[in-house]
Design a protein around this ligand. Structure first.
Ligand code: SF4
Ligand code: SF4
Length: 682
């Protein structure tokens, strides 16, 4: 699909400059977008909106980001990547700036939803990846794709503390404006990764080989509909079982309770995640990032070792497409051959009835899937409330779920394999991780060639390969490619062609495995060779990451207590002469049981604690965010800040010891240091 000869960049655009600028762009574009959750609370509080207003904006953004990606790619091809990236950067920055001035839900939906969504698609890392592929020498592409993808994740890691610090110091509007300016840096960086517009002339497209063009698109740009035959064989049976298990887990995970929590919850709005009963709060952000990083390295390791096994066997897009929608289609429209005949026939009443029934069923399935994904975000309880309440109470939510249902319907009814070959950035990155040692679905050309039809070509005694050119492997392929052409970007490793070819070989009484899970190197040398230095390096990084995650999980405390002197406040003098300071209290309970909390000041002596909110009990998996007042007799105060030590107990056990400071007026002259006070100079 992509040309292999690198374009000729100007002298200053060395590979290092191209990779560094591409990585910076990934950081700058992924970063601000990934911290939108931090703006939920200040924006909804100040503007008096419900969470659903913010949620709909994020839904629109994600929808348009994904939907616009193929168009952004087409713009980059036609006008050059500099144009697509620059326009994307400007639109993205405009979205952030307008979001800062949003005063109505409509403005928020336009800015954070429409503009940021389109801007992300234009300035997205997918375009940068394509530029890497065109500008860099082949030997550096895998490295560049890997480091660029990691840079995107690092952007999320970097912008979280940055957003918190800015929100606390300058406020949410100013933070958004700062982010808008930061995103504009994409413009100068785009020059480093710019690629020229492609030659779209008829002559140029005629020269394309199968590696330069998508198999599912005609030369004139029209869609070539893929009528994939239903596979049959041991791999398809195994895939069916795996898919059933995955579907069962996918459907059950948000609804099944384990240790008082759903099996999986991905509440991105409140930044609260639950994985197999383990709850991750914003305070566990480092763990979430590490788990995400480990998942990425797991994918990289598995791809470098066993190819795109994720795409063909485990990805929800493939599972739903091949095991749900495609099977419904076989049930309603019949086999692939019958579908071809039906589509070529005139529209009769029966044909209309069948088409309407199929599309209605597809939309109903899409609606169910959209609700299922909503359950992953908001949880089963709130979803049930929304489903059983009158729709008028959740209009914004209803609009969002309808948009997502239409998106899923569009993907499964029309877009289909193009989600994997055109839209999915992970598919491209995964393809770049494969080399000649990777075990992947491979045609054994040494054994199969020269191919020839059985009846005529093999009549003589001329030596011939085992491939009888029956094209069964092509007709079952859901992406419409011919695996005999070698590894192709569009191959999702679904193994359907292996089943088809094995059946042919069995009919001919020849050994199966002409198309098999093996590596090109093994086909060439007949020796197994999958353990390369690269795979070993990935495995080492993976093992280190897993070890760190396990250690952090094991060492995680059940209850975290954070008590800080409230920033921006000084002290108050009470009627009895005591001096008071405000403190913020945050107690996070990760355990499955509630705790009654007892707060004590252990130094200096004579302190009183006055709760300013419900701080005495934290529920199971609960969070307290409140304040308390500490009052000290004036005579125990030291010059400047007086050190303060608090203890928090639960059920007689010490949960946390907190050292803080206490501000007050200068102590009266000749005051002796009371027992229990800690000298601030030490
Ligand atoms: S199914 Fe096997 S024999 Fe038939 S064309 Fe494909 S590789 Fe050749
Ligand atoms: S070439 Fe084979 S493994 Fe690859 S997508 Fe097509 S049928 Fe699946």
């Amino acid at each position: 699909m992509a040309t292999t000869a690198p374009a000729l960049p100007s002298a200053w655009r060395t590979p290092v400059v191209i990779i560094a600028c591409g990585c910076l762009m990934a950081i700058l574009t992924f970063g601000p977008r990934s911290v939108f959750g931090f703006f939920l609370q200040p924006m909804t509080q100040e503007l008096g909106w419900g969470r659903d207003v913010f949620a709909l904006a994020i839904a629109i953004q994600n929808l348009l980001w994904g939907a616009a990606l193929p168009f952004a790619g087409a713009v980059a091809d036609r006008y050059g990547s500099l144009f697509a990236l620059s326009v994307g950067g400007v639109v993205y920055a405009a979205g952030l700036a307008l979001m800062a001035y949003s005063s109505t839900p409509g403005m928020l939906h336009l800015s954070a939803g429409v503009l940021v969504g389109f801007g992300l698609a234009g300035a997205s890392f997918t375009i940068v990846l394509a530029s890497f592929g065109k500008l860099l020498p082949e030997s550096m592409r895998t490295f560049a794709f890997g480091i660029g993808t990691a840079a995107g994740s690092f952007g999320q890691f970097l912008f979280s503390p940055l957003a918190v610090a800015l929100l606390n110091s300058v406020g949410w509007r100013e933070t958004l404006l700062i982010f808008a300016v930061v995103v504009l840096l994409v413009l100068p960086l785009s020059f480093a990764v710019s690629t020229p517009a492609m030659d779209m002339s008829v002559g140029a497209t005629r020269k394309q080989s199968f590696r330069d063009a998508l198999s599912s698109i005609h030369k004139d740009g029209r869609r070539k509909w893929v009528y994939a035959r239903q596979p049959a064989g041991r791999y398809y049976r195994a895939r069916t079982l795996v898919s059933l298990a995955l579907l069962a887990f996918l459907v059950a995970a948000p609804f099944v309770s384990f240790r008082g929590q759903p099996l999986v919850l991905l509440n991105v709005l409140e930044r609260r995640f639950v994985l197999l009963g383990l709850v991750f709060w914003p305070q566990d952000f480092h763990l979430v990032v590490l788990v995400a990083l480990t998942a990425i390295v797991t994918l990289a390791l598995s791809t470098a070792t066993v190819g795109r096994v994720w795409c063909g066997w485990l990805c929800p897009q493939t599972v739903f497409m091949e095991m749900v929608f495609r099977r419904l289609e076989y049930w309603i429209d019949g086999s692939a051959e019958r579908q071809v005949r039906r589509d070529a026939s005139p529209w009769t009443a029966a044909a209309w009835g069948r088409a309407v029934f199929k599309q209605a069923l597809f939309f109903a399935m899409s609606f169910a899937i959209a609700n299922l994904f909503l359950a992953y975000v908001i949880g089963a309880g709130p979803l049930w409330t929304i489903v059983t309440d009158p729709p008028s109470r959740h209009l914004a939510g209803l609009v969002a779920i309808t948009i997502f249902s239409l998106l899923f319907y569009g993907v499964f009814a029309r877009f289909r394999e193009q989600a994997c070959t055109l839209a999915c950035p992970y598919g491209r990155v995964m393809s770049s991780l494969i080399d000649r040692h990777t075990i992947t679905v491979t045609y054994d050309a040494v054994r199969g060639e020269p191919r020839g039809r059985l009846s005529r070509d093999r009549a003589g005694a001329a030596p011939a390969g085992d491939c009888v050119d029956c094209a069964r492997c092509v007709t079952v392929c859901p992406t419409g490619i011919d695996i005999r052409n070698g590894i192709q970007l569009e191959c999702v490793n679904c193994t359907a062609c292996m089943d088809a070819c094995d059946a042919v070989m069995r009919q001919l009484d020849r050994p199966t495995g002409l198309i098999a899970l093996t590596s090109h190197e093994t086909v060439r040398t007949r020796r197994r060779s999958w353990l390369t230095v690269r795979v070993a390096a990935y495995a080492a990084v993976w093992a280190v990451l897993v070890a760190i995650v396990v250690v952090l999980l094991v060492r995680r405390r059940d209850v975290d207590v954070l008590i800080l002197r409230q920033p921006g406040t000084l002290f108050a003098t009470m009627e009895d002469g005591a001096v008071a300071n405000f403190y913020t209290v945050q107690v996070l309970n990760r355990s499955a049981r509630a705790h009654d909390l007892d707060y004590r000041v252990v130094a200096p002596a004579g302190a009183r604690i006055v709760p300013l909110g419900p701080i005495g009990r934290v529920d199971a998996h609960g969070l307290i965010e409140s304040r308390l007042l500490v009052q000290l007799p004036r005579q125990v105060l030291l010059a400047g800040a007086t050190p303060l030590r608090l203890e928090v107990h639960a059920g007689g056990a010490l949960l946390a010891t907190i050292d803080s400071s206490f501000l007050g007026p200068a102590p009266p002259a000749n005051t002796r240091l009371p027992a229990g006070s800690v000298n601030p100079e030490k």
